[in-house]
Design a protein around this ligand. Structure first.
Ligand SMILES: Nc1nc2c([nH]c(=O)n2[C@H]2C[C@H](O)[C@@H](COP(=O)(O)OP(=O)(O)OP(=O)(O)O)O2)c(=O)[nH]1
Length: 178
């Protein structure tokens, strides 16, 4: 099983629950290679040995788009199953704390997009189910089932379970997180 992370940096409109027309934005990447190539996603990737998920999310965001993120808030835990087996367990974070300017890398092209205008038709098919709530500040625990063999991004999305507001795992470094 792969352990992976996603990080969604947010800016503008600090409290999207108070207005109908949100002017908040989220930093997405257009993935240039690997799993999900050509689709939009948050910065993120696979955890390295000995690394906490939070450390992984910080490192991947730095490597992919050159942004230094802090104060990551855990927003979800997503299990992606392929043909009945757990393929990837993905920790999802959001943050409003970061420094630097998003810059393209070989792996990713960054783009600020309105949270009202996320290009779900150019993303993983399951994202439209959980990402809107995550961008509104909710926490999601979900399982998404795919069939059809590797690679995961060419398999068919068949069904899912999704729970909002459920307790999330505590990262080992959560209390000391900066
Ligand atoms: N938004 C979204 N992300 C997903 C889904 N499934 C899935 O694995 N991901 C994420 C988890 C990881 O952050 C990312 C894949 O990991 P990655 O970017 O390291 O993969 P890669 O093959 O490019 O690996 P690498 O060569 O860079 O090491 O995609 C999904 O259904 N929706």
């Amino acid at each position: 099983m792969i352990e992976a992370t996603l990080c969604f940096p947010l800016r503008g409109d600090d409290d999207p629950t108070t207005t109908n027309e949100s002017d908040g934005e989220v930093l997405l990447i257009e993935k240039r290679r690997g799993l999900g190539e050509g689709w939009y996603n948050g910065p993120g990737g696979k955890c390295e040995p000995g690394e906490t998920p939070r450390e992984c999310a910080v490192r991947e965001t730095r490597e992919e788009v050159g942004l230094e993120v802090r104060n990551l808030e855990k927003a979800g835990e997503l299990t992606f199953r392929l043909d009945g087996e757990t393929h990837t367990f993905c920790h999802v974070y959001r943050t409003r704390s970061f420094t630097g300017e998003p810059t393209s890398s070989e792996e990713a092209h960054p783009e600020w997009v309105s949270v009202e205008d996320v290009p779900y038709d150019q993303m993983w098919e399951d994202d439209r189910l959980w990402l809107p709530g995550v961008l509104e500040g909710n926490t999601a625990v979900g399982e998404f089932r795919f069939e059809g063999g590797e690679p995961l991004d060419e398999a068919d999305f068949v069904d899912h379970d999704l729970e909002w507001g459920a307790p999330l795992e505590t990262d080992p470094d959560e209390k000391s997180a900066t």
